[in-house]
Design a protein around this ligand. Sequence first.
Ligand code: GDP
Ligand code: ZN
Length: 308
Amino acid sequence: MSREGLVMRSTGSWYEVLSEKQVYQCRVRGKLKLKGTKVTNPVAVGDKVLFHLEDDQQNQGIILDILPRENYIIRKSPHKTSHGHILAANLDQAICIITIIFPKTSIGFIDRFLVAAESFRIPAMLVFNKKDLYKPQHLQQFEDLQKIYEPLGYPCQLISAKEENGMDEFRKSLQSKKTLISGHSGVGKSTILNKLYPSLQLRTSEVSTFADKGVHTTTFAEMFQLDSDSFVIDTPGIKELGLIDIEQEEVSHFFPEMRALLGECKFHNCQHLHEPGCAVIAAVDANEISVSRYYSYLSMIEDEDNRR
Ligand code: GDP
Ligand code: ZN
């Protein structure tokens, strides 16, 4: 009899699979392949799998099949560039933890995160932490960013993990979802999760990253269970979130405000740089598209490395 389970973490050849409150150590037998894509890991964190028990005593199992994925995050394999590495699958949302100060998160970082989430078709949200340290001008910056991002479909929350401010709302955002959490080192990812779920006991510090605190290598994402049906996945960073395989001419498709103008430029292959009759540039001039978002767009299409 086969069981259904959720892949929580992987160490390369072994997978921890959660099924009805039990964790099983599973291996893959034979070949499980994603149709059409070459991948270095057949099974990813977040996958729903069918498995059967090999050894009841030891809770060991064999993964027989992967259920269809709703979405997945893939990046180029560091070793075999013709292959992709699937970081995580079946995510309900991606949250970027941001701080306006200590450390300052750049707009470029936020926008690359959002473009990556769009490209993987994962709803995204921005959470600003360390409110307790913000002076009036920083609170103003938050409000300005909120005015830019919320109309685009990215909810913004302002919290202080330290003073436990706004944490109930944040907790609600995680409820019954699989959430990918990203953000610079030091923005408070571990602190936030520890406050909400003390049993997680993630190490916090000034230097190390949430991702480094996982038991296994950072090559593999790791999923933490918050309650019976809420999970968070930590990612090593935005580079790993990856903007792979986005062609230069496709980048604007992942800016919702530019996507809305698709087909309105004079030239169908318009790059929105300095072409005449460009609807995007006209929208920037009319303050309908924020200048900071447009700058992020420019830096993404000009800097090849940002897309690798
Ligand atoms: P991570 O690298 O994103 O996991 O960040 P940590 O959780 O390790 O936090 C980095 C530092 O920021 C630690 O010294 C935390 O105590 C501090 N920190 C986290 N949240 C807050 C907050 O809301 N306010 C203040 N003032 N400090 C915070
Ligand atoms: Zn254009």
